[in-house]
Design a protein around this ligand. Structure first.
Ligand code: COA
Length: 147
């Protein structure tokens, strides 16, 4: 990992960048964000964070804070994957959540996804599953981290 990292709250001005990053993270997502959906989620209280490397956005995450904080999206540009940026991003988000007095973070992941390894390495533990979570017949694993 080289360069200057900045993690910042995103506004509507970055919606196009968010949509783009999700398209180039190499994963076949169940659904893709568009500007209307981003507006709707933001209105409901979800906060979108961007990760910048030397001024270029290389990743984004959505955090939906209720009693526990739900990490809702997490995408790193394919070109920057497997270099530690995803780990750094989640660790920084955990620090931000701690300042908001949040005690747990959770994330739904498609069952058997290789990304369960990524979450496990960060200390997330599988605490259950959600049947047909995405409406396509696939179950989701629920991963949780005490912070
Ligand atoms: C998942 C994602 C956010 C990880 O970001 P990243 O910057 O590549 O992750 P890191 O470099 O910090 O990897 C940390 C560990 O996660 C694991 N990991 C990351 N990507 C993996 C993959 N595709 N398959 C298996 N393990 C993986 C590795 O074990 C790695 O540990 P190592 O460096 O000791 O090998 C990124 O790959 C991504 O955007 N994927 C597509 C979107 C997605 O599926 N999001 C849901 C995430 S649960």
């Amino acid at each position: 990992m080289k360069g200057k990292i900045k993690i910042t709250v995103l506004t509507e001005a970055s919606y196009k960048d968010i949509i783009n990053i999700q398209k180039i993270d190499g994963w076949r997502h169940v659904y893709y964000l568009n500007e209307n959906r981003l507006r709707e989620l933001s209105k409901r209280g979800e906060v979108f964070y961007g990760m910048y490397l030397d001024g270029i956005m290389i990743g984004f995450a959505g955090v939906d804070v209720e009693i526990r904080a739900r990490l809702h999206f997490l995408s790193i540009d394919n070109k920057y994957q497997k270099k530690g940026y995803g780990t750094l991003f989640v660790k920084e988000l955990v620090k931000i959540m701690k300042t908001k007095n949040i005690k747990q973070m959770f994330f739904y992941v498609e069952e058997d996804s290789p990304y369960t390894i990524f979450l496990s390495k960060l200390g997330f533990i599988k605490v259950g599953f959600y049947k047909n979570r995405f409406g396509d017949g696939w179950d989701a694993d629920i991963f949780e981290l005490k912070i």
